[in-house]
Design a protein around this ligand. Structure first.
Ligand SMILES: [Zn+2]
Ligand SMILES: [Zn+2]
Length: 404
């Protein structure tokens, strides 16, 4: 930030002195303008100032809506920017005959807008897994998403207009497509956030949340897949093979496939939970300490897994969204009927990771359990479960961020 400020100050100083020199040496407006637009040094200076202005605006937007970035956000931003720059360079080679200053400026703007989208997604993910989020953060993220959607729509309509007017392929295809993808991503992030808020208002009891989240992600993946293919064909017919798209096309397809198989697995287990898992008897409840390890609340009724461990039925359901092994002993929740399902159930399990780190050992609650806010405990359990098991159903894999 400080470096940018210093650089911006120097750029502004250099440009002002160039403009001052032009006007003082030419004395009239028109010759001064001719000098400014024909001199190579002046041109570079003006271009540089334009870029600095863009970066400053970007920093300002980030400051207003997100405040200081967390370390994880900065890390992700750096990592994704490099990949994105490489891919945009590929795209630029496709449109090399359209290369101009305006094109360069549009590419820079696109990169900055994209970065804001990654940050929005990352921040929503963070809010979803954080127990107590201040009201201001909610207001900020909502206005940020509205702002992003407005930006997407403005750029989208601006790049669609020349396409509709001239009816011929140009670099505007590239920008229309990119902003279309960004706009759909913004909508999907926003709806996901609405789901989270609804679940919070229902105190975490919204059973259908996982189902709706799944449909949302499925639809957004489908839309992206469709757009990527459309763009691929459009570029292929007019320019040649769009190399920069192959990775994103592949990853969108892959995440789509994983999502469907995850969901089928989840539905298979939860469709008949009442018949599949027997109710715990009063003796069994008394024999254990009758505390549900998932929510740390006392159980009056419970479901018994094959391994003999007891849980609330709704806790078990939300656990199954992420993991298909017993939260206490890690035994498969559904007995493997053949080799394929056995490996599927072990999927994502990392041997040696102690569940106790996230959930807490059954005996360690006691006095603290009353003080613990129920919702907070559940959220913490969900957050740590999500971080232990990198890939999960409710928390999308990191590679879906690339489809932004
Ligand atoms: Zn429970
Ligand atoms: Zn168990």
């Amino acid at each position: 930030m400080i470096r940018l400020q210093t650089y911006a100050a120097f750029s502004l100083l250099a440009t002002t002195s160039a403009v001052y020199y032009a006007f003082s040496s030419r004395e009239q407006f028109y010759p001064a303008m001719v000098y400014l637009s024909s001199s190579k040094i002046c041109f570079v200076l003006l271009l540089n100032t334009g870029l600095v202005a863009m970066c400053t605006t970007w920093q300002l937007v980030k400051r207003i809506f997100l405040g200081t970035l967390r370390e994880a956000e900065v890390e992700q931003l750096n990592e994704q920017s490099w990949r994105e720059v490489v891919e945009i360079l590929f795209a630029v080679t496709i449109f090399r005959q359209d290369f101009s200053v305006a094109f360069l400026a549009m590419v820079a703007a696109l990169l900055l807008v994209k970065a804001l989208h990654w940050l929005a997604q990352k921040r929503v993910d963070y809010i979803e897994t954080t127990p107590s989020v201040p009201m201001l953060s909610h207001i900020r993220i909502v206005s940020f998403m509205v702002f992003l959607l407005a930006v997407d729509c403005i750029f989208l309509s601006r790049s669609l207009m020349p396409l509709i007017k001239n009816r011929e392929a140009s670099v505007a295809i590239f920008f229309s497509f990119e902003y279309m993808i960004l706009a759909t991503s913004t909508v999907s992030i926003f709806v996901k956030y609405v789901f989270y808020v609804s679940d919070m208002l229902m105190e975490g009891q919204w059973e259908k949340k996982a189902v709706y989240t799944f449909y949302l992600e499925l639809i957004s993946d489908l839309v992206h897949l469709f757009l990527y293919m459309l763009f691929f064909v459009a570029i292929f017919l007019n320019y040649g093979v769009p190399l920069h798209l192959i990775r994103e096309l592949y990853e969108t397809f892959r995440s789509f496939r994983i999502r469907v198989s995850d969901y089928v697995r989840y539905r298979k287990i939860t469709s008949n939970m009442n018949e599949r898992f027997p109710d715990a008897t009063a003796d069994e409840l008394n024999a254990s300490d009758a505390t549900c390890i998932i929510c740390r609340e006392e159980m009056t009724t419970a479901k018994k897994l094959l391994c003999g461990h007891l849980f609330h039925v709704h806790c078990l359901r939300s656990w199954l969204e992420r993991q298909h092994t017993c939260p206490t002993c890690r035994a498969p929740i559904v007995p493997p009927d053949n080799g394929r399902t056995a490996s599927a159930q072990q999927h994502g399990a990392q041997p040696g990771v102690q569940l106790a780190a996230g959930i807490g050992a059954p005996g360690s609650e006691g006095a603290t359990s009353e003080n613990m806010n129920r919702r907070q405990a559940k959220l913490e359990a969900a957050a740590s479960a999500a971080s232990i098991y990198g890939r999960s159903f409710a928390y999308p894999p990191t590679n879906t961020l690339n489809s932004l």
